[in-house]
Write a protein that binds this ligand. Structure first.
Ligand code: SAM
Ligand code: DTB
Ligand code: SF4
Length: 324
């Protein structure tokens, strides 16, 4: 099936299959396209924290929410590279830098981010950024600096989007995604579950992700971390099997992608994470902090991987050559 022939109805039918049939099929596809014993470990760093003018209802960093958060201006390149080195020493092969910007402004700040990207690549790691909206020219500059991937999520369905974010449109997201793809940067694009969306919204999100052309190379699946002071602090938790369904459908529809368990793992038990790995999730964020919220302890993650017979995936060949 190509991205063009994949209809929303096909995705809906898949999503509603008996759960164990769905996981079984996803596991087979996972094993046909990936080494099921390997888990990619990635580390996140917030390089500019808080004060974001966007009004994403879930986010601690939005000025429209009231989360208790220490704001920070753009970090210094050297400090970022020290963190990247630590992450590499702890087994991470991808370093993802996030800035709470609505969009990238040309100038000293962006030039510093370009230096950070060059520095991370020189360490032999994959470099990923998430900086908000990007123009085609800015995407090209990031590519020239060696950026491996750019994270820009669709987050939810187009229909539900306006209930969560009003300061930008779905089309704004799609425009940045197109600029990233045209610059030849791998796209990291996924969503966030547990916002109060319906099953139909999750089906629509998965359909949109799988019909992006090219498909994302990496698909982060975030589970809402309810942050006090945000509009969604009291959102009812999503049934864990819905989360598993999304992971399995993402794996089936995007067989070559890295399906990345992102925010929310702290509240998800070992058994459900193991089922998610069986259903095709093959990347996690490690380190005790995501951008602003806590993440499982590195020792707990290592113990879980060891018990499941999983091992950290080595850096890709291209990244290693860059460091040599
Ligand atoms: N500002 C950039 C943007 O919005 O594209 C990048 C950073 S933003 C924090 C990246 C992603 O993190 C969001 O698209 C959302 O999916 C996820 N995220 C943010 N806050 C979250 C929360 N409280 N719980 C779960 N996921 C969250
Ligand atoms: C993504 O989809 N999830 C990561 C990464 N891309 C940048 C971020 C998760 C952030 C969770 C909330 C926080 O820590 O502030
Ligand atoms: Fe800003 Fe990104 Fe948070 Fe939205 S998710 S408020 S764009 S940092």
């Amino acid at each position: 099936m190509t991205a063009h022939t994949l209809t929303r109805e096909i995705v809906a039918e898949l999503y509603r299959r008996p759960l164990l049939d769905l996981v079984f099929e996803a596991a087979g596809i996972h094993r046909a396209h990936h080494n099921p014993a390997e888990m990619q470990m990635c580390t996140l760093l917030s390089i500019k924290t808080g004060g974001c003018p966007e009004d994403c209802g879930y986010c601690s960093q939005s000025i429209h929410n009231n989360a208790a958060l220490e704001k920070e201006t753009l970090l210094k390149t050297d400090d970022v590279l020290i963190q990247a080195q630590k992450a590499a020493a702890a087994g991470s092969t991808r370093f993802c830098m996030g800035a709470a910007w609505r969009d990238v402004k040309d100038g000293r700040g962006f030039d510093r981010v370009l230096d950070m990207v060059r520095g991370v690549r020189d360490l032999g790691m994959e470099a990923c950024c998430t900086l908000g909206m990007l123009s085609a020219e800015q995407a090209k500059k990031l590519k020239d600096a060696g950026l491996t991937a750019y994270n820009h999520n669709l987050d939810t369905s187009e229909e539900f989007y306006g209930k969560i974010i009003t300061t930008r449109t779905y089309q704004d997201r799609l425009d940045t995604i197109e600029n990233v793809a045209k610059a030849g940067i791998s796209l990291c694009c996924g969503g966030i579950l547990g916002l109060g969306e319906s099953q139909d919204d999750r089906v629509s999100l998965l359909h949109r992700l799988a019909t992006l052309d090219p498909q994302p190379e990496s698909v982060p699946i975030n589970m809402l971390v309810p942050v006090e002071g945000t509009r969604l602090e009291n959102a009812p938790p999503l049934d864990i099997f819905e989360w598993i369904r999304c992971i399995a459908v993402a794996r089936i529809l995007m067989p070559r992608a890295m399906v990345r368990l992102s925010a929310g793992r702290l509240s998800i038990g070992r058994e459900a994470q193991a089922l998610a790995f069986l259903a095709g999730a093959n990347a996690i964020f490690t380190g005790d902090k995501l951008l602003t919220t806590p993440n499982p302890d590195a020792n707990e993650d290592s113990a879980l991987l060891a018990e499941l017979g999983l091992r950290p995936r080595a850096p890709d060949k291209e990244s290693e050559q860059k460091a040599a």
